[in-house]
Design a protein around this ligand. Structure first.
Ligand code: NAD
Length: 298
C-alpha cells in the first residue's frame, strides 16, 4: 500500500519504520529537518512537503503533538490551504495524535465532505510499544473505515479497539492517560518514600510490582533512574513521552470533565502537579521525571 506518514517524532518515527519493514511504500514528512534527516538515514523515504507526501497515497497517517497541529495541517489557516485539498477522494486518513475529541470530529467531518474517510486512532504503549510494533489503538469512526485501516494498524500495534463514532478514540485515550498521569505520580511518591527510608529502589520496585501496588509504570516505565535500563528515567528522562504532552492530555481530560460535569479530583491535581513540574523547566523531559517533584535532594 502507498502510505503517507506525517509527524516523525518519538512515536511517528518508529511507527513509520515498522510500516516500511512490513513492505509498504512510504512517503514521509516532518516540519523538523532534524527528524527528516534522522529517519531518512534509517531508510525512510522523505518527501519535500506534506502535500508531496500525500500526492498518490492510499492511506495518510498523522502523528502530531496537539489539536492545533492537526487542525492546521488538515484544514489550513492563516491563508495556507489545508492538506485535505491535496488528498484524493477515496483516501483513508488515520490520525493517531492525541487531540480533543471535538477537533477530531471537526476534521473528520471536513474530510467526509471531500469524500475522504477519516478515523481517530490515538495510541497507548509508549515509545517502546512504537518501536516493538505492540501499540494499542483506540479507534473512533465508522466500522468500514476501521476495517480498511486494520491491516495497516496491525503492523504498528498488537491491540485494536473500536471505541465508537468519530472522536470516541480520543475520549478513551484521555481517560487512559488521566489514569496514567495519576499512576506515575503515585508510583514516584511510593518509590521516593522507600528510598528516603534507605530501601533499594530496585528491591522496592520488585516488591510493589508483585504486590497490590503493581501497575504499568512499575512493569514497563519505572520513574527511578537505574532501576530499569530501558526506561527514560535511565536515559536522563530523554525521549519517551514529554511532560508537556502529558500536561496537554490532562488538560483535555479536565476540559472534557467540565463539559460533561464529571468529578475528576485526582486528574485535576495531577494536571496541577505536571504544570508545576513543567514551569520548573522540565516540560521537555519524559513525564516520569515528575519523580523530581517528590524526590529528596541527594
Ligand atoms: P513529538 O513531539 O516527539 O513528535 C511530533 C512531531 O510532529 C515533531 O517531530 C514535529 O516536528 C512534528 N510536527 C508538528 N507539526 C507538524 C506539521 N504540521 N507537519 C509535519 N510535522 C509536524 O511527539 P510524540 O511523542 O511523537 O507524540 C505524538 C502524539 O502521540 C502526541 O499527540 C502524543 O500525545 C501522542 N502519544 C505520545 C506517546 C509517547 O510516549 N511519546 C504515547 C502515546 C501517545
Amino acid at each position: 500500500m502507498k502510505i503517507a506518514f506525517i509527524g516523525l517524532g518519538n512515536m511517528g518515527g518508529p511507527m513509520a519504520l515498522n510500516l516500511l519493514k512490513a513492505g509498504h511504500t512510504l512517503s514521509a514528512f516532518d516540519l523538523s529537518a532534524d527528524a527528516c534527516r534522522k529517519l531518512g538515514a534509517e531508510g525512510l523515504p522523505i518527501a519535500k512537503s506534506a502535500a508531496e507526501s500525500v500526492a498518490d497515497a492510499e492511506v495518510v497517517i498523522s502523528m502530531l503533538p496537539a489539536s492545533a497541529h492537526v487542525e492546521g495541517l488538515f484544514l489550513g489557516g492563516g491563508g495556507k490551504p489545508g492538506l485535505l485539498d491535496s488528498i484524493r477522494a477515496g483516501t483513508l486518513v488515520i490520525d493517531s495524535s492525541t487531540i480533543a475529541a471535538a477537533t477530531s470530529r471537526k476534521v473528520a467531518e471536513a474530510a467526509q465532505a471531500k469524500g475522504i474517510a477519516m478515523i481517530d486512532a490515538p495510541v497507548s504503549g509508549g515509545t517502546g510499544g512504537a518501536i516493538a510494533g505492540t501499540l494499542t489503538f483506540m479507534v473512533g469512526g465508522e466500522t468500514r473505515d476501521l476495517e480498511r485501516a486494520r491491516p495497516v494498524l496491525e503492523k504498528m500495534g498488537a491491540n485494536i479497539f473500536h471505541a465508537g463514532a468519530a472522536g470516541a478514540g480520543q475520549t478513551a485515550k484521555i481517560c487512559n492517560n488521566m489514569l496514567l498521569g495519576i499512576l506515575m505520580i503515585g508510583t514516584s511518591e511510593a518509590l521516593a518514600l522507600g528510598v528516603a527510608n534507605g530501601l533499594d529502589p530496585k528491591v522496592l520496585s520488585e516488591i510493589m510490582r508483585r504486590s497490590s501496588g503493581g501497575n504499568w509504570a512499575l512493569e514497563k516505565y519505572n520513574p527511578m533512574p537505574g532501576v530499569m535500563e530501558t526506561s527514560p528515567a535511565s536515559k536522563n528522562y530523554a525521549g519517551g513521552f514529554g511532560t508537556d504532552l502529558m500536561l496537554k492530555d490532562l488538560g483535555l481530560a479536565q476540559e472534557n470533565a467540565a463539559a460533561v460535569r464529571a468529578a475528576t479530583p485526582l486528574g485535576g491535581l495531577a494536571r496541577s502537579l505536571y504544570a508545576a513540574h513543567s514551569l520548573a523547566g522540565h516540560g521537555a523531559l519524559d513525564f516520569s521525571s515528575v519523580l523530581k517533584l517528590v524526590q529528596k535532594p541527594s
